[in-house]
Design a protein around this ligand. Structure first.
Ligand SMILES: Nc1nc2c(c(=O)[nH]1)N[C@H]1C(S)=C(S)[C@@H](COP(=O)(O)O)O[C@H]1N2
Ligand SMILES: [Mo]
Length: 392
């Protein structure tokens, strides 16, 4: 440790067990993870960072603006030549392992833009407050992921008709340091695992996946809570039951199957696993607080997404939701990619305004204007996004 610090640790023998030296903690997560300094750090152990709305303006989110969500400690940079992926579980036909080279050479490569939103994005608004990272709006991204179809690998290994769920096991370590405990081990039902767009990705935005985002191999299940998209994947278990790994049970990534009054205790049997994420949108230009001279119209834009569904329309309001007008809405680059919306707002006179956006999915469900259904861990806040605008 002294070598790392470049100095002798004079009272090193008296250091209480488990205490980390301040000098070994990286004070600058932005350079550590190649993130823009405008990103917001929500936690340093484990590392959790989110974007601000205006940083998410790109159609394809670059690494520097991608949120990071970790439940445990990021593994040391793995040796890609030594990395293997093993398929096992009650419903696999034959246990089988693949090297990264096997995956790259023996399977067709697919590239998709996939929206990943943390199930807890927007948690900070819940009342009574929910514990966990106090995400505002920026725990969402739409990067371009390249890799093999999970389906192709599952079919290569073979699975029986008892297959129900694919659970992941990864190389990150539990905060306690206990090697017997996994920080998180979630997954997806077979139906989602077999979708065309569900990838075992080895590339992000045309290069290697950055370490914090799952290098060298991660699952990407777009449109579902991003916790289903395991990073640093070493093992996939084809289960004959709903996967019961860490954070699959209790209040983790589960919500009351039917709405409850805020603060109500919910019996375990009434909690359901979050699957497709609800419709949502974000105004990414201009930045909140924009000022504009009277008589000019304000061009604005953003992205909208709707889990497994397409976004059918996006509307905007400048009068606190009393009246709405349609935005332009583009088709997604591919299924499960977010969609660009845009418009020009006209303001009748000088003063303070808010620009609100509201998206509606292809089944006619629209974003609520205020906080939706309370749940113990503060998931699925898809309330309308607003920005402040001043006309001078
Ligand atoms: N192995 C592993 N995979 C993981 C996690 C984790 O802690 N460990 N966090 C999950 C959660 S909760 C989210 S929201 C996404 C975040 O992905 P990102 O950090 O690449 O943005 O990764 C998911 N995959
Ligand atoms: Mo998450």
């Amino acid at each position: 440790m002294g070598a790392l610090l470049g100095a002798d640790i004079v009272y090193g023998d008296r250091l209480p067990e488990g205490l980390e030296l301040l000098g070994l903690q990286d004070p600058d997560p932005f350079s550590l993870f190649d993130k823009d300094p405008e990103m917001v750090v929500r936690n340093s152990r484990p590392w959790n960072l989110e974007a601000r709305a205006h940083l998410l303006d790109d159609a394809v989110t670059p690494n520097k603006y991608m949120f990071i969500r970790n439940n445990g400690l990021i593994p040391e940079r793995p040796d890609p030549a030594a990395w293997t992926l093993t398929l096992d579980g009650e419903a696999v036909r034959g246990k089988k392992s693949y090297t990264l080279a096997d995956l790259k050479n023996n399977f067709r490569k697919y590239t998709y833009r996939l929206t990943l939103e943390c199930g807890g994005n927007g948690r900070s608004e819940f009342n009574p407050p929910a514990s966990g990272n106090q995400w505002e709006v920026g725990a969402v991204s739409c990067a371009e992921w390249g890799g093999v179809r999970l389906r192709d690998v599952l079919e290569d290994a073979g699975y029986t008709d008892r297959a129900v769920y694919v659970g992941y096991h990864a190389a990150d370590t539990h905060l306690s340091g206990d090697p017997g405990k996994e920080p998180i081990s979630r997954g997806v039902p077979m139906e989602k695992a077999l979708q065309d767009e569900t990838l075992l990705a080895y590339e992000m935005n045309g290069g290697d996946i950055p370490l914090a985002h799952g290098y060298p191999l991660r699952l990407v299940a777009g449109g579902w809570p991003a916790s289903a998209s395991g990073k640093w994947i070493e093992r996939l278990s084809v289960r004959d039951r709903v996967h019961d790994g860490a954070k699959m049970t209790g209040d983790s990534y589960r919500v009351p199957c039917r709405p409850v009054a805020p603060g109500t205790p919910v019996p375990d049997s009434d909690m359901c696993i979050i699957e497709s994420m609800p419709v949502k949108s974000l105004i990414t230009y201009p930045k909140t607080g924009a000022t504009l001279a009277r008589g000019r119209s304000l061009p604005f834009r953003g992205h909208a997404w709707a889990g497994e569904l397409e976004v059918a329309r996006v509307r905007y309001s400048i009068d606190f939701g009393s009246t709405w007008q349609d935005c332009r809405l583009e088709a997604p680059a591919n299924r499960l990619a977010w969609q660009r919306f845009s418009g020009e707002a006209e303001f009748p006179r000088e003063g303070y305004y808010e620009l609100w956006a509201q998206a509606e999915d292809s089944q006619g469900r629209a974003q609520p204007m205020v906080l939706p259904g309370w749940n113990p861990k503060g998931y699925l806040n898809n309330a309308c996004h607003r920005i402040a605008v001043k006309i001078t």
